[in-house]
Write a protein that binds this ligand. Structure first.
Ligand code: DX5
Ligand code: ZN
Length: 234
């Protein structure tokens, strides 16, 4: 399972699926029922979901703690959907290999971390998984510009990383537009407060991957929630 070429082969396929899918809704599993992950994943699949977003928080980089490699590995065994892992942790370079081995298809680190971002992005690239870089709302795009050529995906946070259920910050829209000007090739992802009121603006600003927590898990019917979100960007 840990043989690098196998990781690479799996990832090429997963990243191709993310790129080719066009606009995609990625449920953030932060607010799902962890007592019944298998049912949750099945319900999401039945709702037409094609990829998952997992939020890893360490209680240090952000003031909240979620989960780590065992949950990624458990979800990997439940689905072959691409797994997009958002690392809100300090010193991600210490853990990226373990997350890749656990089955992550794309690893996103924050530009605000207190270590050499370029080196960690290169480390992720060498693991054969997709490379993502995230920016919090207060961080200007300029801080990431010289690193974009190392990335497959740019994650524009529309809330301060750390908690689900926060309100959308429209500063993300300007950043998405500016990022699209910088690169056609980059996958643009938006995360935080994405719901029926905000998703169309994110789409118009250039986002292709829409991370959604509350607007799915706060609804009793995932199928309706996903369908309505899709309709809003058609
Ligand atoms: C916040 C996380 C998000 C969060 C989104 O730090 O990165 O993925 O779960 O949740 P909502 O959609 O509720 O803002
Ligand atoms: Zn996230």
């Amino acid at each position: 399972m840990n043989i690098p070429w196998m990781t690479q082969a799996r990832n090429c396929e997963a990243m191709r699926r993310l790129r080719d899918a066009g606009d995609l809704i990625l449920p953030s599993l932060l607010q799902c029922d962890f007592g019944n992950l298998e049912r949750e994943i099945n319900e999401l699949r039945e709702a037409g979901v094609e990829a998952l977003h997992l939020d890893v928080m360490d209680g240090h980089f952000v003031p909240n703690i979620t989960y780590g490699m065992p949950i990624v590995e458990g979800i990997r065994r439940l689905t072959d959907m691409p797994i997009d892992v958002h690392l809100m942790i300090s010193e991600p370079s210490r853990y990226v290999r373990q997350f890749a081995d656990a089955g992550a298809d794309c690893l996103t680190i924050h530009v605000e971390i207190d270590e050499d971002v370029r080196e960690t992005l290169e480390m992720i690239r060498n693991l054969g998984v997709g490379v993502g870089l995230a920016l919090n709302p207060k961080t200007p795009l300029e801080r990431a510009k010289s690193l974009l050529h190392l990335c497959d995906l740019l994650l524009i946070m529309s809330v301060e990383a750390g908690f689900g259920g926060q309100s959308f910050n429209p500063i993300a829209l300007e950043k998405l537009k500016a990022a699209r000007q910088e690169s056609d090739a980059l996958l643009l992802e938006v995360d935080g407060g994405v719901n029926l009121d905000t998703i169309a603006d994110c789409h118009a600003a250039g986002a292709q991957l829409f991370v959604v927590g509350s607007a799915i898990f706060g609804q009793s019917d995932y199928r309706n929630a996903v369908r309505s979100l899709r309709q809003a960007i058609q």
